[in-house]
Design a protein around this ligand. Sequence first.
Ligand code: SF4
Length: 467
Amino acid sequence: MNTPDWRKLTLNDGVLQEPMPGDNHLVLWLPGPREDGFQYWERINKVARAEPTAEHGIGATPALAIRARQRVRGLFGKLWPRFGKDSGDQNWVLPNGETAEQCGARHADVVLAWALDGEPPLDEGRIKARWPAATRCQPIGKNLCLVFGVEPPPAEEAAGPPPSLECPRATAQQLLAAARGGRDRQREVSALVDLGIIDLNEGNARTAVTQLEQALAIARELVDPGRELDVLGNLGMATMSTGQVHKALALFEQELAQARALNSPFGEKMAMTHLGFAQGNLRNHFQAIAHFDEALAMARSLGDRKHEPELLWYESIQYAELGQREQAIAKAQEAIAFQEKVGNPQAKWFAFHLNRYQLGAKEIIPAAAADAGGGWIVAGAAMNPPTPGQTAAGPGLLRMALSAAASMAKFLGSGMKMVTPGLYQKRIQTCATCEHHTGVRCRLCGCFTNVKARMPHEQCPIKKWPA
Ligand code: SF4
């Protein structure tokens, strides 16, 4: 049976294809109506493990369909990043970099269909003869149709492949289920850590602690020091977010000892950064600066151009806390100059907040910023969480830059320039085969690949990505 080459489809105008690793995954976005201030879409995910069928001269393979909607924003909305509380529904990133939220349930009664070689083109009559109960047939490309209302595939097939890197939570949940089903305890640890970080990033620190404590118990049972190292730092961050700073400090000290025992410079740099957060939280600002300084030296020797300006900014906050305004401004300016040099678009946000700090401005912390921050600004929150409604001034303004930058990264549709789909695909393919990748996250830098791989200024910490 001839099967389409999923990487070389000729699609109808307006149909978008997500860059995906391998040649058996396919995710398409079909534009729908524009109504009530929303552009509607359908996300079609081919079930990768399902065997295609051939009957009545028609090839078919099961797919899953999800409806999503994207708010149509005016000029102001396009210029200003989306600060807003998530609706609670699943958010997706479209191949064009815009975001959309899921609306409605997932449908498994869908197939992608094509005419087999030598058979007449598909038309409604042929589709109805093959699937009498079909409710909708939509041509979406050259010799390719979507048919709705067919018998859904068995539950196991409908679960499908990991739902792509675009949805880290769904992917991590699927990886966890697969690890437990296959009794792969090492992968179970990684998936639990991913889920813990996602919970923390969404502001659910207590749930995160539960997931990460489970992961730590398994890693210790397995005597897997590499995975234990990954758990310790993240468990410490989650623990600190619940207000247990001394307990977190003890976890970070274990993390540092483990990183040194494993001779892991990336692990040591991360542990040193975490210790800086904890000391900053305890208002031991000189100790925090000393830890950040050590981490900064390591970041420089590793050529880590993402972490270097972040560490400079953390130091700036500590100097501001100490009332050492000149040093705070100097460190912040150094961070911004570095970001500008590497083409990081977040530089403008940091410059904006530095300017407000220099002017001695005061800002009301918006509820949305704190929500968007949650754990996405773990760095800022870890040192002193933002409280919505309060007035930020001095170091608080510098911390707000972290939440603004994190929101930019979280909501990719905020006008940031993206790499081409081809380069994105090459990057995620490289990560997919890398021993440091958990399935959604790089253990070395701690970044989620779905966001990081789209950013032109980002790089693989060990230079594995193609130029
Ligand atoms: S080390 Fe590089 S290739 Fe490996 S997961 Fe991290 S970013 Fe990807």
